[in-house]
Design a protein around this ligand. Structure first.
Ligand SMILES: *Cc1c(COP(=O)(O)O)cnc(C)c1O
Length: 370
């Protein structure tokens, strides 16, 4: 039995552990027509745009739902029906983009890379040169499946040089890793509340190039996911088109205040990097090895090889560690038996050290250590 009168720490990359202040911000009911709430929405959008460094060129369009809703909305709104999308694929979230594009009936070219290797800018350049019909590249910045970091800047340079447009799923990197949507000519960046901004889940947002969004009017197949319509209505009325996730927006505002108090993006990256270092160091000492090499590992989520024991089962490890107050995440690789540990959320390196101790304790109890 879990001994403490507090929530277990979520070592999962969304939902994740939030601060008490962020939770307390949800103890209010806001009306969707209320000017107070509309002010919160406007403030949040302005802050998100600033963090993306897109004030002069881009707009922020919030959208109800989990992150995938915003990915589908961005692709459905911005890729023309006759468009063709290149998807560098090195993991589960890249594969999800491919699946979305099939649903949307957009022509898709998959460029497959191994799950432990970064998407290669040079191969992307060659693929674009070979096929002038490709209009867009849809890139996952941090592939949360394995935790690998894709080289966004180099790929953005290639896409720009070849005269195509870039859409970035920055769900698990935005707020921690450096992204400048204007300098990188990113047509749309997609992220959500419940990741590195440390809000609660329930809302995605798209930082879209203003002109591209205006040009996309009438393109979207779906009313609920039409970002153009969502943005224009918000501009006109200050309100969301349909019932807004009021508590999620209020929590996000409070989370962003704390983001700035901490020292902004670079301070957040420093904390996550310290979390990641403490985690990898401690697990390596237990004999549990990271799946990725250090040079391609993003400090967001780490995939570990499962202990090589014939009776290993994630569920049992999960329950043992859960009883000590930490929530692990299953692996998402197709070939290898792994589990994952997130580095993000309102946690620090001391929490990570305790989590490692709990994992070590569990593995010893289960007699799974070599
Ligand atoms: C979390 C995440 C998403 C969105 O997943 P949801 O379950 O819909 O919130 C998309 N892409 C990446 C890279 C993610 O990490």
């Amino acid at each position: 039995m879990y001994r403490f009168d507090r929530d277990a720490l979520l070592l999962t990359p969304g939902p994740l552990t939030t601060s008490l202040r962020t939770k307390q911000a949800m103890l209010h009911d806001h009306g969707s027509w209320d000017s107070g709430f509309n002010g919160i929405t406007a403030e949040v959008c302005k802050e998100l745009l600033r963090i993306a460094q897109g004030q002069d060129t881009h707009v922020c369009v919030p959208l109800q739902g989990s992150g995938t809703f915003a990915v589908e909305a961005a692709l459905g709104t911005l890729v023309p029906r006759q468009g063709k999308v290149l998807v560098p694929n090195n993991g589960a979230y890249c594969a999800r983009i491919v699946k979305i594009l099939h649903y949307l009936g957009r022509e898709t070219v998959e460029l497959v890379f191994p799950e432990d290797q970064q998407a290669d800018p040079q191969s992307i350049a060659v693929a674009l040169q070979r096929d002038p019909a490709i209009t867009h590249v849809a890139l996952v910045h941090c592939e949360t499946g394995a935790g690998i970091l894709n080289p966004l800047t180099d790929i953005a340079d290639v896409v720009k040089a070849e005269g195509r447009r870039l859409i970035v799923d920055a769900m698990s990197s935005f707020g921690a890793l450096e992204i400048d949507v204007q300098r990188l000519s990113i047509q749309a960046l997609i992220a959500a509340t419940g990741k590195c901004l440390e809000g609660v889940p329930g809302m995605g947002f798209v930082i879209a190039e203003r002109q591209s969004l205006l040009d996309a009017q009438g393109n979207c197949h779906s009313l609920a996911l039409d970002l153009c319509d969502q943005w224009q209505y918000l501009q006109k009325t200050g309100q969301w088109r349909f019932t807004p996730p009021t508590h999620v927006v209020a929590a996000l505002r409070e989370a962003i205040v704390q983001f700035h108090e901490e020292g902004g993006r670079s301070a957040r990256l420093a904390r996550y990097s310290a979390n990641c270092d403490a985690l990898v160091h401690g697990m390596t000492q237990l004999g549990i090895k990271p799946f990725l090499s250090e040079s391609v590992q993003a400090p967001i989520i780490v995939t570990f090889h499962a202990p090589e024991h014939p009776e290993y089962a994630f569920k049992a490890l999960y329950e043992h560690v859960r009883a000590q107050g930490f929530i692990l995440y299953p692996g998402k690789l197709t070939q290898t038996e792994t589990f994952r540990v997130g580095c993000i959320g309102a946690i620090d390196a001391h929490d990570m050290a305790k989590a490692v101790a709990a994992i070590g304790h569990s593995l010893r109890a289960l007699q799974w250590l070599a």
